[in-house]
Design a protein around this ligand. Structure first.
Ligand code: ADP
Ligand code: ASP
Ligand code: MG
Length: 403
């Protein structure tokens, strides 16, 4: 008998028929004698619809109210899954994030988990119930509902698996596992059998939305071994754990595309110590992350600065930057027509020539590079949005990843 945490994403619980299939799978695990905790997302599309409705009423909705709204999506699913299980004769109870003791900080819409008590989950399991927990949500220390950032149900699952010391954490989604690139963009992508936390973390933080980056970070920190697999079939998935030996000769393990980025350019910054710090301090204080920072010294003691922010943060960032920049006489402009394309691989640490392969693959397709960042195991560029898929395919081929 094992304690299993299973997470079902939006497509997996997309409608009533899908929920029946999921309930059946949960029942099989219960019938095999396991204790099962289930974490669910909102039905696919629901969170986006809620965001659209909010934005139709207010372009910069209050973040506490936003969390109150967004938490609704997951709450619908937990009740429906519980009802579907009851119809199959399986004992089940639903719990909100708050009831499951997912305590977060006050950073609404992108809250961080500070503690997971588990609420009465252990007690419910002991009395023979399946416990179905709303993903993506928690509660702040003042008792207000909070959410964990887009894709945050992955994090809820990891946090519960860690806190309950689960034997297995399974992430059920709409693909068979983690591939060398998004299989919807790169048709020749291959499924990876076993993967290291570090590699997946780089892929996830480079925009591969198959797993939320923070959930992978959490799993690595608390050593939660997990499997990513499909809820649409019984194929084995991808196992993610620590220290997976890299195959000799494999330099790059994956290609990631992020189409949810906005490029920010600030011109006319006084070229003196402290100006750039002021710009980033104001953004940082609002919880907005920046990436791909490039500074150029312009004319007459002025500097120009370019960087990227997540599209979701763009209007908030613009408002903050306009305020900071008007004080220093600088100008801000934003453009959303970019994408980040990255190659990731632990093998890059010990191989030379990776940059040459990367940039010549793009040059052969006549793709212009706007910004570049690198880490020990990643090269990332910002390019025109409409070239993103072509660039991903070209890099996938150039690094020998095609099947
Ligand atoms: P869920 O709703 O189950 O959380 P997501 O839509 O968040 O599912 O993530 C699954 C999607 O991630 C897939 O449908 C696929 O298009 C995309 N994806 C991006 N990169 C990859 C990758 N490297 N491997 C597999 N899927 C990927
Ligand atoms: N429903 C949330 C979202 O769409 C969380 C999740 O699905 O993981 O981002
Ligand atoms: Mg997801």
């Amino acid at each position: 008998m094992a304690l299993i945490v299973q997470k079902y994403g939006g497509t997996s619980v997309g409608d009533v028929e899908r929920i029946k299939v999921v309930a059946q799978r949960i029942k099989e695990n219960v019938d095999a004698g396991n204790d099962v905790v289930v974490v669910v997302s909102a039905r696919s599309g629901v969170t986006n619809q809620l965001i659209e409705r909010a934005k139709a009423l207010n372009s910069m909705p209050n973040e506490r109210e936003m969390d109150m709204l967004l938490a609704v999506g997951e709450q619908e699913t937990i009740a429906l899954v519980a009802m579907a299980l009851h119809s199959l004769g399986v004992k089940a109870v639903s719990r909100t994030g708050a009831q499951a003791g997912i305590i977060t900080d006050f950073n609404h819409t992108r809250a961080r988990i500070i503690e997971v008590t588990g609420g009465d989950i252990k007690k419910q399991l002991a009395s023979g119930n399946v416990v179905i927990v709303a993903g993506f949500q928690g509660i702040d220390p003042d008792g207000h509902v909070s959410t964990l950032g887009r894709g945050g149900s992955d994090l809820s699952a990891m946090a519960l698996a860690g806190a309950l010391k689960a034997d297995i954490c399974q992430i059920f989604t709409d693909v068979d596992g983690i591939y060398t690139a998004d299989p919807r963009i790169v048709k020749s992508a291959r499924k990876i059998e076993v993967m290291d936390y570090d590699e997946l973390l780089e892929m996830a933080s480079s925009g591969s939305k198959v797993m939320q980056a923070r959930s992978v970070e959490f799993a690595r920190k608390y050593n939660v071994v997990f499997e990513v697999r499909s809820s649409f079939n019984n194929n084995s998935g991808t196992i993610v754990k620590a220290e997976v030996p890299t195959l000799e000769g494999l330099v790059v393990s994956g290609v990631a595309v992020d189409k949810n980025q906005t490029k920010v350019t600030i011109t006319g910054i006084p070229d003196k110590p402290g100006s750039v710090a002021e710009i980033f301090e104001d953004l940082g204080a609002s919880g907005i992350g920046v990436d791909m920072i490039v500074q150029n010294i312009g004319r007459a003691g002025m500097a120009n600065l370019t960087f990227t922010v997540a599209k979701d943060d763009a209007s908030k960032a613009e408002k903050i930057l306009q305020n900071t920049c008007s004080k220093m006489g600088a100008e801000v402009s934003l453009t959303g027509d970019i994408a980040k394309v990255s190659v990731v691989g632990i093998g890059m640490r010990s191989n030379s020539g990776v940059a040459a392969t990367f940039f010549s693959a793009l040059a052969q397709k006549n793709i212009n590079v706007q910004l570049i960042t690198t880490s020990e195991i990643k090269i990332c560029v910002a390019i025109n949005l409409d070239k993103a898929d072509e660039a991903a395919c070209a890099l996938h081929t150039a690094f020998g990843l095609d099947k």
